[in-house]
Write a protein that binds this ligand. Structure first.
Ligand code: ZN
Length: 387
């Protein structure tokens, strides 16, 4: 990863490149800011630039042995650590770090990807750095002489996931820095770090990426233009989120599914609504919440089309035809009530209500609202379905 390949974040990239040029590299950095905006990518770019023997013109050379080894995730003086579950398998951890080296913008953490094969077994296991982890891996790695690099570099992902014994062990390491040693701490929750840790590091704040930056990055990855525009608007400034939504085709398929759910609800075909509902709940409660978010996005777009007549700001920009004809065909639809019903359903889903009952009730409430009939509270309707 070169500085030149970092998506956006120009301010931060320039200041780090200048620090290397002027030999003013800090002994510890905290990269903090929202999730998925390039903190890990820039940490790897910085590690690469620090190990590059030919560093010039503000970036690494990409050709020397230092650059090559960092790019492959194999440099003996660059250590990347991540918090894990207590039973995490070493092969799993190294597979994740390998993925990170291949594309530092993809998610590799145990929290958002409990398993690498993409299965949805959500886990409630605690994910953290243990004190053994800090002492056995980090202390050892950072106390050896440099093997061949110009610096010893440790990158700690999600560094806020340290319990106090681990954090104190880590603080000792920070307090006795070796020569040409650089720690790069990464977090989206800087307020969870010990003040004594923060005060020993140079803080580097990352901002969310603009929609234009994300769109450009998606286009550069050969995503088709309509989809790139839509993803950039859905990603909340996070390139990792945009890639995730695109990568597993989750969003596109889900949107098809929920559009069908809306159509069937309107048509009032009870048995087919139940079948659609069953397919929506097949992947579990978290996924139902995600589908409700997608419905919400579509309804907000419809509201925007209706109130402003302007399609340029809608999120589902690639579905502009479907949405405009929906708005035209259902002039009486009570969109605000529909949005409220979806919000209410999301809350019910969080409260462990029966998923099928909740979605069937939602379908009925939406059908009424689409026809412009007076709205009913979701919970009231839910009781009717139950009875
Ligand atoms: Zn190089």
């Amino acid at each position: 990863m070169l500085f030149a390949n970092i998506i956006g974040q120009d301010r931060v990239v320039h200041s780090l490149a200048r620090a290397i040029e002027q030999e003013r590299v800090a002994h510890a950095y905290i990269f903090h800011g929202p999730d998925g905006v390039g903190k890990r990518a820039l940490a790897l770019a910085l590690a690469g630039a620090l190990q590059c023997t030919e560093f010039r013109g503000g970036d690494a050379c990409e050709n020397c042995s230092g650059c090559n080894k960092v790019a492959k995730g194999l440099h003996p003086d660059v250590h990347v650590l991540m918090p894990t579950t207590t039973d995490a398998d070493l092969h799993d951890v190294s597979a994740r770090l390998q993925l990170l080296a291949e594309d530092p913008y993809q998610r590799i953490d145990f929290q958002s990807r409990p398993t690498l094969d993409g299965s949805r077994s959500s886990s409630n296991k605690q994910i953290f750095y243990s004190v053994e982890h800090i002492n056995a891996q980090l202390r050892r790695a950072m106390s050896f002489h440099r093997a061949e690099g110009l610096y010893r570099v440790a990158v700690l992902l999600d560094v806020d996931r340290m319990r106090s014994d681990a954090a104190n062990a880590f603080l000792k390491l920070l307090e006795e820095p070796g020569d040409r040693t650089v720690f790069i701490l990464i977090t989206n929750r800087i307020d969870h770090l010990l003040p004594t840790v923060i005060s020993r590091c140079q803080q580097v704040r990352f901002d969310t990426l603009s929609n234009e930056t994300i769109e450009k990055a998606m286009l550069a990855r050969n995503v088709e233009p309509g989809i790139a525009a839509m993803l950039s608007r859905m990603a909340d400034g996070s390139i990792s989120r945009a890639l995730e939504l695109y990568g597993n085709q989750e969003l596109l398929q889900t949107r098809e599914k929920v559009l069908e759910f809306l159509r069937l609800s309107y048509q009032g075909k009870g048995d087919r609504v139940v079948a659609a509902t069953d397919s929506m709940i097949g992947q579990g409660r978290e996924f139902v919440k995600f589908q409700l978010q997608v419905i919400m996005g579509l309804l907000r777009d419809l509201l925007l089309i209706r109130t402003t007549g302007d399609v340029s700001l809608i999120v589902n920009i690639d579905q502009v035809d479907t949405l405009t004809s929906f708005a035209a065909n259902l002039p009486d639809a009570r969109l605000e009530s529909m949005i409220e019903a979806v919000e209410e359903t999301s809350h019910l889903v969080e409260r462990n209500v029966n998923l099928r009952l909740a979605l069937v009730a939602l379908s009925r409430v939406l059908a009424r609202a689409m026809r412009g009939e007076p709205s009913v509270k979701m919970e009231t309707d839910l009781l009717k379905v139950e009875a």
